[in-house]
Design a protein around this ligand. Structure first.
Ligand SMILES: [Zn+2]
Length: 145
């Protein structure tokens, strides 16, 4: 069984100097006659250890590196599928709060300001008119001699 090859890109991050880099591997998947599967990792056509073992930082040489399996998004995703879902909800989030902010804002001013003016002008006026009516009523009931 000849097996097959896949290309995998592994992003790495150095835990010491935080250097981030990617390595491309060709993985040759083999399967022997007894059904035992095995992978051979090739980098630039040269067999190399699997990326989770013996990978050292090209910047500082430290062996303490972390990696993200192929296809796993890194913290700074490459342009592709990532920006699209982020951009779509943004207009909705901007548009959604905007109408409620615009709509209620003028309404309280229109309703409250005349109401306050009515209260401010109407209550003393009503009291004055009421007093005048009361005074005239009292004067009508009890005319001056
Ligand atoms: Zn490093």
């Amino acid at each position: 069984m000849p097996g097959f090859e896949t290309c995998e890109t592994w992003p790495f991050e150095c835990l010491r100097c935080l250097h981030v880099w990617e390595e491309e591997y060709v993985v040759r998947h083999l399967c022997d006659a007894y059904g035992n599967a095995g992978d051979i990792w090739l980098s630039s056509g040269v067999p190399v250890p699997p990326p989770w073992s013996n990978t050292c930082c090209p910047a500082c040489g430290a062996y303490g590196v972390t990696w993200f399996p192929s296809g796993h998004p890194t913290r700074h995703p490459e342009p592709g599928h990532e920006p699209e879902p982020e951009q779509e909800p943004e207009p909705e989030q901007v548009l959604a709060p905007a109408p409620p902010d615009r709509a209620p804002a003028p309404l309280p001013e229109r309703t409250h300001l005349p109401a306050r003016l009515l209260v401010a002008l109407g209550v003393p006026l009503a009291l004055l008119v009421g007093y005048e009516l009361y005074a005239s009523a009292v004067a009508a009931v009890h005319p001056h001699p």
